[in-house]
Design a protein around this ligand. Structure first.
Ligand SMILES: CC(=O)N[C@H]1[C@@H](OP(=O)(O)OP(=O)(O)OC[C@H]2O[C@@H](n3ccc(=O)[nH]c3=O)[C@H](O)[C@@H]2O)O[C@H](CO)[C@@H](O)[C@@H]1O[C@H](C)C(=O)N[C@@H](C)C(=O)N[C@H](CCC(=O)O)C(=O)O
Ligand SMILES: Nc1ncnc2c1ncn2[C@@H]1O[C@H](COP(=O)(O)OP(=O)(O)OP(=O)(O)O)[C@@H](O)[C@H]1O
Length: 495
C-alpha cells in the first residue's frame, strides 16, 4: 500500500524524507518492525515509543510517525512525519491500512463497568441460533467463529483491533461483538471504528487510576455513543445511564432504546421469577412481549439480557429467535459458575471484582442460601488513595453481605499482598468480625471448603474465568474450578 494513501485525510507535517513510497506493514512496537514498515511512536505508561525510533529504523522502518521532536541527524532516507497525537494517527493508519474492515460488518460495541462479557456471549448465542457468523472481541480473548486468538487486553490496541477486524472480514464474519473498555475509548484504540450499535450497562467505581474520577470515567464511556451509526441501547436504571440517555436524546440523531426493570423504559421486564439456577421473565418491548429464560441466576442477568433483547429488536430479529437464543446459553465461564454442588454444599466462582459486582453476587446468592454465605475474595487495585478506596469499599460490602469471609490475594501483581489484605481488613472489621486472612489464595479456598457445613454456600469472587494468578511479574497457573474439585474429592472421602 502507498504511504500517501495511509495518511490521506490525517493532519500531518513532513519533517524529513519522501512520503510517496510503498509500505509493507505498520507497527507501534520497534521489535515488530520489518523492512518497509511504518513505525508509530506511542508514549506508553512505562516507556515512550519515541525512544525506540532508532531501533525501529535499524529493523527496517521506512517511515516514522512522531508527536514530539526527536534526534533525526542519523536518519538518512526514511520519512519522518509529525502529528499531534500518535495514538490517533495509529488508529487512523491502521484502519486505512486494513481497508476499514469495521465498515464491512455489523459491529456491536458494549461498554459499562460490568456486564460487557456476559452480554457479548448472550448476543453470540442468539446469533448462533440464526447460524450467523460472529466474531467476539473481549476479556475472554478474541474469537473468529471457533478459532481463538489470544489478546492481552479486553479491547486491543487499534492496530491489533483493525487487523483482527480484517481477519474477521476475510472469514465472512457478519457480526463483530466487541467489548469496548474505557481504556480503549480514552486511548484511541477504537477511534475510526464504525459501530452500528452501542450498549451501555452501568457505571460504578473502577479503573479510576486511569480516569481519576467518575466524571472522567463517564466521559470516556460516553464517547462510544457518539460513534454509533444505527442504535444506542442504554440502561436507564443506572444513574449515569439515565444521564446518558437524556443527553443522547438531545444531542444524537441515532435511534436510542432504553432498558430497565421498570415500565418507563422502552424494553423492560415484568413477571420476574427468580430461582437459584435460572430466572424467568417477560420482556416488554415496543414490538410486543417476549418470554425469556436466563440460565444464570440473579437480577443482573435480567439487566444483561434486557440489553440483548433491546439490541435484537432494533435489528428486527424474530421474537422466537430472541427467546431461544438467550435460553440456549447455559452459562458463561467464571460468571456465577457453579463449580461444585451436592446435597449439602454449593460453590460458585464469579468474576465480581468491583464493589458493585461483589454486592450483586452476594445479594443473588443470599436469596437462596439455607446455611451461611461464605466468601473468598481479594482485591487488586492500583497503589495510592484510589486503590485504597477500592479496598475499603470492597471490604465493607464483603463484611455487610457475607456471613464469614476468607480475605486473600487476587492478582497482587507488583504490590505487597499483605498490605492489600491489611487495607481490606481495616475496612472489613468496622462492620464484622467474621473473617480470617490467608495470603495464599489456594490455601484460602481450601480452608473455606473445609469450614463448610451442610446448607452453606461458598462464593469465590474476583478471578472468574482466569486461569493464572499474577504475583510479582510471574503468571502462575491457577484454576479455581480445579482447586475446588480436587479439594472436595478429599473432603467427601473423609466424611
Ligand atoms: C496500562 C496500559 O493500558 N498498558 C497497555 C500499554 O502498555 P504500556 O503503556 O505499558 O506500554 P509501554 O511498555 O510503556 O510501551 C510504550 C510504547 O513503546 C513501545 N515499545 C516498547 C518497548 C520497545 O522495546 N519498543 C517499543 O517500541 C511499545 O510497543 C508501546 O507502543 O500498551 C500495551 C500494548 O497495547 C497494552 O497491552 C498494555 O495493556 C496492559 C496489558 C494492561 O494491563 N492494560 C489494562 C490497564 C487495560 O487496558 N485494561 C482495559 C480494561 C479491562 C477491563 O475490562 O477491565 C482493557 O481494555 O484491557
Ligand atoms: N449488569 C451487571 N451489574 C452489576 N454487576 C454485574 C453485571 N453483570 C455482571 N456483573 C458482575 O461483574 C462480573 C463481570 O461480569 P462481566 O465479565 O460480564 O463484565 P465485564 O464488563 O465484561 O467486566 P470486565 O470488563 O472486568 O471484563 C460478573 O462476574 C458479575 O459479578
Amino acid at each position: 500500500m502507498r504511504l500517501l494513501s495511509c495518511v490521506q485525510g490525517l493532519e500531518y507535517k513532513i519533517i524529513k524524507g519522501d512520503i510517496d513510497n510503498d509500505v509493507t506493514g505498520v507497527a507501534f512496537d520497534s521489535r515488530e518492525v520489518k523492512p518497509g514498515y511504518i513505525f508509530v511512536a506511542v508514549k506508553g505508561f512505562k516507556v515512550d515509543g519515541h525512544d525506540y525510533v532508532k531501533k525501529a529504523i535499524e529493523n527496517g522502518a521506512s517511515t516514522v510517525i512522531i508527536s514530539r521532536p526527536i534526534d533525526i541527524d542519523y536518519i538518512t532516507h526514511q520519512a519522518i512525519i509529525e502529528v499531534a497525537d500518535t495514538r490517533v494517527a495509529l488508529a487512523y493508519i491502521a484502519s486505512r491500512y486494513y481497508g476499514e474492515p469495521t465498515k464491512k460488518m455489523n459491529v456491536i460495541g458494549i461498554t459499562g463497568t460490568n456486564g460487557k462479557t456476559s452480554i457479548s456471549y448472550f448476543i453470540k448465542s442468539l446469533l448462533d441460533t440464526l447460524s450467523a457468523k460472529t466474531g467476539v472481541i473481549g476479556t475472554m480473548g478474541t474469537w473468529i467463529g471457533n478459532q481463538k486468538i489470544d489478546t492481552p487486553n479486553t479491547t486491543p490496541e487499534s492496530l491489533t483491533l483493525q487487523q483482527i477486524a480484517s481477519q474477521m472480514v476475510e472469514a465472512d464474519v457478519e457480526y463483530c461483538i466487541m467489548e469496548v473498555s474505557s481504556h480503549a475509548l480514552d486511548l484511541h484504540r477504537v477511534s475510526f471504528c464504525h459501530f452500528d450499535s452501542g450498549i451501555f450497562t452501568n457505571l460504578t467505581p473502577d479503573h479510576l487510576e486511569l480516569h481519576k474520577d467518575m466524571t472522567q470515567y463517564y466521559r470516556a464511556k460516553e464517547k462510544l455513543f457518539y460513534m454509533t451509526e444505527k442504535t444506542n441501547i442504554i440502561n436507564i436504571d443506572d444513574l449515569y445511564g439515565k444521564k446518558m440517555y437524556d443527553t443522547l436524546q438531545e444531542k444524537s440523531d441515532v435511534q436510542c432504546l432504553s432498558y430497565g426493570l421498570k415500565s418507563n423504559a422502552d424494553v423492560w421486564a415484568k413477571d420476574i421469577e427468580y430461582t437459584a439456577e435460572y430466572s424467568l421473565y417477560t420482556a416488554v418491548t415496543p414490538q410486543g412481549e417476549i418470554p425469556i429464560r436466563v440460565n444464570i441466576p440473579g437480577e443482573i442477568y435480567i439487566y444483561n439480557t434486557l440489553a440483548v433483547v433491546a439490541w435484537a429488536i432494533s435489528e428486527g430479529i424474530e421474537q422466537k429467535v430472541i427467546s431461544s437464543g438467550i435460553e440456549a446459553l447455559k452459562g458463561v465461564k467464571g460468571r456465577f459458575e457453579t463449580v461444585y454442588q451436592d446435597n449439602d454444599y454449593k460453590v460458585v466462582v464469579d468474576f465480581a471484582h468491583t464493589e458493585d459486582g461483589l454486592e450483586k453476587a452476594l445479594d443473588t446468592l443470599r436469596q437462596f442460601v439455607k446455611g451461611r454465605l461464605l466468601l473468598v475474595f481479594g482485591v487488586y487495585a492500583a497503589p495510592g488513595l484510589i486503590g485504597l478506596d477500592k479496598r475499603t469499599a470492597m471490604g465493607k460490602v464483603a463484611a455487610q453481605k457475607s456471613d464469614f469471609a476468607f480475605i486473600t490475594s487476587d492478582n497482587p501483581k507488583e504490590q505487597d499482598p499483605v498490605q492489600i489484605i491489611e487495607d481490606v481488613v481495616t475496612s472489613f472489621k468496622q462492620y464484622s468480625k467474621n473473617y480470617v486472612t490467608v495470603v495464599d489464595r489456594k490455601v484460602a479456598i481450601e480452608e473455606a471448603l473445609e469450614s463448610m457445613k451442610p446448607g452453606d454456600v461458598l462464593l469465590i469472587a474476583g478471578k472468574g474465568h482466569e486461569t493464572s494468578q499474577v504475583v510479582g511479574k510471574e503468571d502462575i497457573p491457577f484454576n479455581e474450578a480445579e482447586i475446588v474439585k480436587s479439594k472436595m474429592k478429599v473432603i467427601r472421602k473423609d466424611k
